[in-house]
Write a protein of this length. Structure first.
Length: 362
C-alpha cells in the first residue's frame, strides 16, 4: 500500500485523504451502489496477506483507559458502528479492524424483504446529512445467521431486530421473537427497533401499551436462557418529553438493559439544503449533523430524568471527536457512528479515541 502524503501508516489518520480524495469520488455515484462497491473493496483488500495487520495498526487504539464495562460486556473502547451499514452481517469482522469495538448488524427481519422502491438513499452534502427510506431491506435472519457462524474476531456484535413490513402490528411480537431466537447464539446483545420512520405504522409500537408488552416478552425470552443477553430499545428523536418520560418508565418497569438514542428524524427543520431539493426527495429519515443537537438533548433528558438508572448508547450526528465527547458528557455510556463515518471516514474512530485519552490525561 502506498504511503499517502508521505506519512507513516500510524500517522495516516491525520491526513485528510478520505475527505479530500476518496469522498468526492464516492459522492459522484449513487449512495446505495457505492455502498456495495466499497463493501466489496474492503472485503477484497482485507484478504490480502498482511493487510489486516497494517489496517489495524493505522486505526485501532489499544489502551485500557478506553475500556467500558456496560450491561455485562467489556467494550475495548466506547465507539461502535450503528445499525444500517452492515445490515446482513457481511463485514462485521473487517469493520472491527477499523477501530470499532462493537458492530450492530441489521435491522434484520424474520423473512427477507426488498425494502422500499429505489432511489431510497439521498445525500445532503451542504448539511453533512443523509435521508434514507430503505425500509428494512435485508436478506432475512437465516442468511445472517449463516454468516455469523463464521465469526473470526472478538468484536462485540449487536443484533438489531424488527418486524417484516407485511406483518401487522398486532402480530409484531412474533416477528421479534423469531429474530431473537435465531440470533441468540451468535450476537452479544439485542436492540429492539420500533423507531424507524420507513416501515408503515412501525412507530406506533413506541406507544406505551404495545411497547411494554413487546419489551416484557423480550426480557422474558432472554431471562429464560442459561446465559441471558442484554436487550436494548432504539428510540426516535421525535418523541416529546412526555413520551420520553413514558420510555423511562417502561425501561425501568420491564428491566431491559438500556436505550439506543436516537434513530433518524422525520424533521426537516434548519436544513441549509435548498428547500425544493429536500421536498423532491420526499419521505425518509434524516441523519447526520442536522440530528446532532436533538439526539444529544434526548440523551441528556433520559439520563437526567432517570437518574442515570440505565445505560444509553448515543448515536446521531457524530462527525467530530467533540460531538462524541458531548454525547458522553450528556449521559451516554457508548456512542455509535453511521453518517459521520460516511462523511469523515474511518479516521474519525481513531480521532475520537485519541481525544478521549487526551481528555482523561488532562
Amino acid at each position: 500500500m502506498i504511503q499517502i502524503c508521505s506519512l507513516s501508516f500510524n500517522a495516516l489518520y491525520l491526513c485528510p485523504v478520505y475527505r479530500l480524495i476518496l469522498r468526492p469520488i464516492f459522492f459522484l455515484f449513487d449512495p446505495e451502489k457505492i455502498h456495495h462497491f466499497v463493501f466489496g473493496a474492503i472485503r477484497f483488500f482485507m484478504n490480502i496477506p498482511g493487510l489486516k495487520n497494517i489496517v489495524s495498526s493505522m486505526y485501532v487504539v489499544n489502551d485500557k483507559r478506553l475500556e467500558r464495562k456496560v450491561f455485562g460486556l467489556t467494550f475495548s473502547n466506547p465507539v461502535g458502528l450503528a445499525a444500517g451499514l452492515d445490515k446482513d452481517a457481511k463485514l462485521y469482522d473487517e469493520l472491527g479492524m477499523l477501530g470499532f469495538s462493537f458492530i450492530e448488524i441489521g435491522t434484520l427481519t424474520p423473512k427477507a424483504q426488498p425494502g422500499n422502491d429505489k432511489p431510497r438513499m439521498f445525500r445532503l452534502p451542504e448539511d453533512s446529512g443523509l435521508i434514507n427510506r430503505m425500509g428494512f431491506n435485508n436478506h432475512g435472519i437465516a442468511e445472517a445467521v449463516e454468516r455469523l457462524k463464521k465469526r473470526r474476531t472478538n468484536v462485540i456484535i449487536g443484533g438489531n431486530i424488527g418486524k417484516n413490513k407485511v406483518t401487522p402490528n398486532e402480530d409484531a411480537v412474533s416477528d421479534y421473537e423469531k429474530c431473537f431466537e435465531a440470533l441468540f447464539p451468535y450476537v452479544d446483545y439485542f436492540v429492539v427497533n420500533v423507531s424507524s420512520p420507513n416501515t408503515p405504522n412501525l412507530r406506533e409500537l413506541q406507544d406505551k401499551e404495545p411497547l411494554t408488552a413487546l419489551l416484557n416478552r423480550m426480557k422474558q425470552l432472554t431471562m429464560a436462557k442459561p446465559n441471558p443477553k442484554p436487550v436494548l430499545l432504539k428510540i426516535a428523536p421525535d418523541l416529546t418529553d412526555t413520551q420520553l418520560d413514558d420510555i423511562i418508565e417502561i425501561v425501568q418497569q420491564t428491566k431491559i438493559d438500556g436505550v439506543v438514542a436516537t434513530n433518524t428524524t422525520i424533521s426537516r427543520a434548519g436544513l441549509v439544503t435548498d428547500k425544493s431539493r429536500v421536498e423532491s426527495i420526499g419521505a425518509g429519515g434524516l441523519s447526520g449533523k442536522p440530528l446532532t443537537k436533538r439526539s444529544t438533548e434526548v440523551i441528556r433528558y433520559l439520563h437526567s430524568k432517570s437518574g442515570g438508572s440505565f445505560p444509553i448508547i448515543g448515536v446521531g450526528g457524530i462527525h467530530t471527536a467533540e460531538d462524541a465527547i458531548e454525547k458522553l458528557n450528556a449521559g451516554a455510556t457508548l456512542v455509535q457512528l453511521y453518517t459521520g463515518f460516511v462523511y469523515e471516514g474511518p479516521a474519525l474512530i481513531k480521532r475520537i479515541n485519541k481525544a478521549l485519552l487526551n481528555s482523561n490525561a488532562n
